[in-house]
Design a protein around this ligand. Sequence first.
Ligand code: MN
Length: 288
Amino acid sequence: MSVTVYAPPTPHFVGDGFRVHNFIPGMIPEGMARMDPFLMLDYNSRHYFPPAATPRGVGVHPHKGFETVTIAYKGRVAHHDSAGNSGVIGEGDVQWMTAGAGILHKEYHEEAFSRQGGDFQMVQLWVNLPARHKQTPPGYQDVRKADMVRVPLPANAGTVEIIAGSYEGQTGPAHTFSPVHLMNACLHAGGTASFTFPAHYHTALLVIEGQVKVNGDALVPADHFAVLAPGTGSFSLTADAESTVLVLSGEPLREPIAAYGPFVMNTREEIVQAFAEYERGAFGYLAE
Ligand code: MN
């Protein structure tokens, strides 16, 4: 089989605002190295949050050594960080935060969305930084749906919307520190999209909406995650219904991974050091 399909595991809450299924590394027997450079993928499948006076979310917490990428499919999310960046993303938008040398941030449902309540559907992906970039200054990229590059598919099959990396010679807006391709395949019923990435990349897909077949065979229903076998360079997706599929492919860094809570470094010593930096306030200040 060229693809392994994972059903969504039982969700858990991150803070009180994100009800997530953890696919990477939780569902994958080989752990974080299997999808390197993608360290973590939490998926908030569509969930209705009732109105709340106080926005739900996750309070101030640190990160160091990697990037957090939040993709909003339903609902609105607000972000503030100790580098002075803030933003609100809505349906189809992406926030790409580089924790780099160290940052504090908080992630909440946007206020008006909170007061109204509504359907919420998000992905949070952690993308590792190469060792030589782990001390890069923190950064924030606000990638609006309107800024993404849209590639129409042949035979009116739909569109590929590039967030980062490239598809069919066109390149998306997000900057990455190592080769990463991240895109939404928006397919009409019966439509097919073909993808070719270098065969040594780690490639997977998450069905956000609808249902697809990989290579005309392996069925991937909504909210399911599929990991392509190592060495798979090319594959196709055919939609059984109007579908949205998040496709991720990245060149493995093949560097040691020392991960502890919100920090991802290369050695245990660097993790100890990250905690010391955090304790002494080196990541700046952010009000609750
Ligand atoms: Mn965070």
